[in-house]
Ligand binder design. Structure first.
Ligand code: PGA
Length: 253
């Protein structure tokens, strides 16, 4: 059965001290997670070790890097490798967040390399996809997201693909307060699952968690997560507020 996941994406926010205070408030709230539920904290790189130590004894709670590089090691000043994550016990990484795609020109092909190196080194990639507003307005979101999946994920084996967590994040809903309706989310998630099913078969597709991201908050999480193909959320702004994110965790199926 696929996992239901609440993933916090803190982005480039918080001092070390603020991050520590926040994670200390949230981790104890993960004591009653169901067997099928997970919480992931994607924290800024300098805080990975601290955060990993906080969750190490907690079942079903993980720390993620917000990005990694596509090479194993070498002269890549400023980059973080998957081997580095492994060496501190971190086993998840966000790949292809729209902010990386937009501000750092990360292409579908480049992201395919990043996903692959994560899987080769036993890091779970949380692969982000999603369309910008003009694509949505011209009703081309399904083919746009299909192409993102094809170019970044579909050269993987079925076995590899089952280890990927997908996050659908319509760019027009990120940080804007404008959430996709639960029906819009369900429609796209069903489309993504359908693409996975036609490439890898129904059983594989049914095993892959697909998270929704874009202005998820305590007030809308239950309705969005309640949709059959929505398996939780990737949460930015609301994951910086302890009470909000705790409610979002409680909204998981
Ligand atoms: P948001 O961000 O919840 O602040 O909209 C989501 C994300 O970018 O992952």
């Amino acid at each position: 059965m696929r996992k239901q996941i609440a993933a916090a994406n803190w982005k480039m926010n918080l001092s070390f001290q603020e991050a520590e205070t926040l994670i200390d408030k949230m981790v104890p709230e993960c004591n009653n997670l169901g067997e099928n539920q997970q919480v992931i904290f994607a924290v800024p790189s300098p805080y990975l070790t601290m955060a990993q130590a906080k969750v190490a004894d907690q079942a079903n709670v993980f720390v993620a890097a917000q990005n990694i590089y596509s090479k194993k090691s070498g002269a890549y000043t400023g980059e973080v490798s998957v081997a580095m994550l492994q060496s501190i016990g971190v086993d998840h990484a966000i790949i292809g967040h729209s902010e990386r795609r937009d501000y750092f020109n990360e292409s579908n092909q480049f992201l395919a390399e990043k996903v692959k190196i994560c899987l080769d080194e036993n890091i779970v990639p949380v692969f982000c996809c999603g369309e910008a507003l003009p694509v949505r307005e011209s009703n081309e979101q399904n083919s746009f997201v299909k192409q993102q999946l094809e170019e970044s994920l579909f050269s993987l084996s079925a076995d590899e693909n089952q280890k990927v967590v997908i996050a659908y994040e319509p760019i027009w809903a990120i940080g804007t307060g404008k959430t996709a309706t639960s029906d819009q989310a369900q429609e796209m998630h069903a489309h993504i699952r359908q693409q996975l099913a036609s490439k890898y078969g129904e059983a594989v597709a049914a095993n892959i968690s697909i998270l929704y991201g874009g202005s998820v908050k305590a007030a809308n999480a239950k309705e969005i997560f309640g949709k059959p193909d929505v398996d939780g959320g990737l949460v930015g702004g609301s994951s910086l507020i302890a009470d909000e994110f705790i409610q979002i965790i409680k909204a998981l199926k």
